[in-house]
Design a protein around this ligand. Structure first.
Ligand code: FAD
Ligand code: UDP
Length: 366
């Protein structure tokens, strides 16, 4: 059969595209080389009955009512505000750094209106902010940078803060009050039955055929279609013509404790300076599941393995731009999502990216 669209990758990017294009009357063949839908946001029940995220913790947050309403067609939600503590020399402090962090770390009793002056007394003014080091030094100064950011970043990326674009550390704000939420977005919810069930509903359309454990390399030879939506790594699509784009990978170590109700006091604990892992997340906080035991995941960053993060720095951006130019000249293919656009996108940004790609395609059936 000739399909209107071949969609490569069944994560947020590919699934939203498949849903939009099929609803507009197109036939869609959706493939993924993995044996499940959902991409990195896939969740499942582990062998102990706990709902876990095999590819690391995924917390949905957005300021976009449009994105929230779009996804609400496929799921109900559970209100959840994520909180993270960072462990330094055995003591735990709120991260993002806030008034409580400063007061407990330095044994002070600052009030909200005094915290800004504290940061001002510590900050190292940087006239042109280019790197992640610039952004951290410019907002909180040397000591807090060393305690909370430099070690974590080195572990996570295998690079120094000064080697990464400002946008990486800029994801973490600095607070003057005692707000200890990781995100302050207006919509912070988890899909009430999990991400995978949300994806199943999104893809339950008669015009969508799903084929798992199927690679693009295989499908492009064996299938007939008019247009490709590609959500895998863009350098792979162009057969590494300009060299490979670096991605950061992770190894996930899952562990279950059968008789422990809660392993730690909050959803995630970060370890900026100790251990080979960056953080431990306990899923029951995220999902609200009640159970006698609990399941956690530790994240060990590594350079080899599945691509999880594009690495934002100028030389990689320059290589990506070459691929992007090629993408713009290529007919009958659209690149959507985190790996295809080499952007450090959150889930909501990927949904926005997919919706706008499909809006552009609408009208040009096939
Ligand atoms: P992916 O989910 O990576 O999907 C791409 C799919 O394409 C994959 O399933 C892959 O198997 C398939 N594919 C690739 N190449 C091929 C090929 N050649 N043939 C066939 N199939 C192929 N975002 C948030 O908003 N909140 C969070 O809390 C959050 N936490 C995260 C934690 C971790 C550890 C990671 C790694 C990411 C996190 N994210 C989070 C980001 C989020 O995972 C992404 O924004 C989103 O899942 C990207 O969707 P995507 O469809 O672009 O890519
Ligand atoms: N970061 C840090 N210390 C922390 C938390 C974050 O240095 O305790 C830096 C680090 O470089 C990290 C980046 O901020 O990669 C973004 O953090 P985020 O929690 O958004 O990472 P993600 O959840 O995407 O892995």
């Amino acid at each position: 059969m000739q399909y209107d669209y071949l969609v490569v990758g069944a994560g947020f990017a590919g699934s939203v595209c498949a849903e939009r294009l099929s609803s507009a009357g197109n036939t869609v063949l959706l493939i993924d080389k993995r044996d499940h839908i959902g991409g990195n946001a896939y969740d499942c029940v582990d062998s102990n009955g706990i709902l876990i995220h095999p590819y690391g913790p995924h917390i949905f947050h957005t300021n976009s009512q449009r994105i929230f309403e779009y996804l609400s067609k496929f799921t109900d939600w559970r209100f959840y505000e994520h909180r993270v503590l960072a462990e330094l020399e055995g003591r735990r402090y709120p991260i993002p750094i806030n008034k409580t962090t400063i007061n407990t770390l330095y044994n002070l009793n600052l009030q909200d209106d005094e915290v800004e002056d504290f940061y001002k007394s510590r900050r190292i003014a940087v006239s042109e902010i280019r790197t992640s080091e610039d952004i951290v030094l410019n907002s909180v100064g040397h000591d807090l940078c060393e305690k909370f950011f430099r070690g974590y970043t080195r572990k996570q990326w295998g690079l120094d803060l000064s080697e990464l674009s400002a946008g990486v550390a800029a994801r973490i704000p600095t607070r003057t009050n005692d707000d200890d939420r990781y995100f302050t977005d207006s919509f912070q919810f988890m899909p009430s039955e999990g991400y995978s069930i949300m994806f199943e509903k999104m893809l339950a359309h008669k015009n969508i055929e799903i084929r798992l454990s199927t690679s693009y390399e295989y499908a492009k030879e064996s299938e007939s279609y008019r247009h490709t939506i590609f959500t895998g790594p863009i350098d792979l699509f162009f057969e590494y013509k300009f060299g490979p784009l670096p991605y950061r990978s992770l190894r996930f170590e899952h562990e279950h404790f059968p008789t422990t109700e809660f392993f730690q006091e909050t959803g995630t604990v970060n370890f900026p300076n100790d251990f080979n892992y960056t953080r431990i997340t306990e899923f029951k906080y995220l999902t609200g599941q009640q159970a006698e035991g609990t399941s956690i995941v530790r994240e060990f960053p590594q350079s080899d393995g599945d691509p999880y993060y594009p690495i934002p720095r100028p030389d990689n951006e320059a290589t990506f731009k070459k691929y992007q130019e090629l993408a713009e000249q290529s007919r009958n293919v659209t690149f959507v999502g985190r790996l295809a656009n080499y952007r450090y996108y959150n889930m909501d940004q990927v949904v926005a990216n997919a919706l706008s790609a499909c809006e552009k395609l609408s009208g040009q059936k096939g």
